[in-house]
Design a protein around this ligand. Sequence first.
Ligand code: GUN
Length: 300
Amino acid sequence: MGAKIISGTEIAAQIRAELKQEVDRMKEQHGVVPGLVTILVGENPASVSYVTGKQKTAHELGFHSIQDSQPADISEADLLALVEKYNKDPKIHGILVQLPIPKHINEKKVLTAIDPDKDVDCFHPVNVGRLVIGGPEARFKPCTPAGIQELIVRSGFDTNGAEVVVVGRSNIVGKPIALIMMQKDKGANSTVTVVHTGSKNMDAHCKRADILIVAAGVPGLVKPEWIKPGACVIDVGVNRVGEKKSEKTGKMVPILKGDVDFDAAKEIAGAITPVPGGVGPMTITMLMRNTVMSAKMSIK
Ligand code: GUN
């Protein structure tokens, strides 16, 4: 029997509809409108496209949203002053500086200049620390890992006591999703193993997984025989493996492949995310959820 395909596109739409209701309620009951600023330095085409997507979604949800574009040669001092301006702005609940930023600016300095209570990316060391501690301290969750957790929970998988194996130890996905899934919390409380480039017997660890989360950035790394029958497989990899002509527009578009051999894996797994259309659509939605949460916290 083939696996259930976990549609990130559908689940993200469902969460956005829930958020829209919450935003409307906050406006009506408290006169508070969630405010999000996205700061873009320079004109990197991928960054322009990401920021445009974030602003479009913020607008659709009825946020107060600002797209603040700055020239690539902005000084570090000026960028820090801009972040400080938004830190002090009571109408802004979420600040996102789109990465990467030009090399003459210290990225760490900029990320730590953001008020942790407005750090909707959850990249500030204070928020990473809160995530490690868990409990009510951990207010924001980083967007991609938060999206992965929602995909697992909303697909009906019981995470309580489940064997979760994470492939990859990046700061953006591997480490935080491991922290999230091991918390004593709903949608978590799992037994977590992290495997990485230094691991021996990666296949043996993967074979134990009730929930297998792969974020390695290596196309087809996880072989179908590594998957436990019935497992939930979340493929975070988005690897460009070539180009093809789009049937819709006739333009050349990238061919994207995940870290898991999808066609073979779907015959073994109980549920699996496609690439594209799996984890990807969840990330922006979780950014919106963090901004709504931040706005809620501002209500006295
Ligand atoms: N660049 C690529 N992805 C992200 C993200 O999630 N947040 C920020 N700030 N920059 C990015």
